[in-house]
Design a protein around this ligand. Structure first.
Ligand code: NI
Length: 173
């Protein structure tokens, strides 16, 4: 079932998510709904707070459209190592759509998480996948990519987003 994606300035996006106790059918169904929602919005990642659930759950799929799907479902993900080497790449977010800016991230991270069966997994990620993981895990602590930008750039993106929201509201009238 498709879920509604919250956008800034919704305060839920700024809250810290809680750890999941047990990976049960309810969590599995949330994971599937989040993936469906993400694919529908043409996103490469989605974190539970973005659909109003303050739980440490993330889905990611960086496969290109024409490629086979590679869904990654993560419960209680934790970055246990990040490379000192960093790189700047353009990022966007479904919670502040159509706004993009370069963000500096570690080029490699190691992440531990529970899969949809509740089994502990460890993943060593590089490049775009590493970036997506860092971006999505930030969401679980109420951090949005614009928080990594200069105050000036952040204000500019928020202002543009506000204008877009107003425009959409007018179109709906
Ligand atoms: Ni995001």
């Amino acid at each position: 079932m498709k879920m509604k994606i919250l956008q800034l300035p919704n305060p839920v996006l700024r809250e810290k998510s809680k750890k999941v106790d047990v990976v049960d059918d309810n969590i599995r169904s949330v994971l599937n709904d989040m993936l469906e929602t993400m694919y529908d919005a043409n996103g490469v990642g989605l974190a539970a707070p973005q659909v109003g659930l303050l739980q440490r759950i993330v889905v990611i799929d960086i496969a290109a459209k024409e490629e086979e799907k590679q869904p990654l479902k993560m419960v209680n993900p934790k970055i246990v190592w990040s490379s000192e080497e960093k790189e700047c790449g353009s990022e966007g977010c479904l919670s502040i759509p159509n706004q993009f800016a370069p963000v500096e991230r570690s080029v490699e991270v190691h992440v531990e998480f529970l899969d949809e069966n509740g089994t502990a997994q460890k993943l060593e990620a590089k490049g775009f996948l590493a970036v997506a993981i860092q971006h999505e895990l930030d969401h679980l602590d109420g951090i949005i990519f614009i928080d990594h930008l200069s105050q000036l750039r952040k204000k500019m993106l928020l202002k543009r987003h506000e204008k877009a929201l107003k425009r959409m509201a007018l179109e709906e009238e």
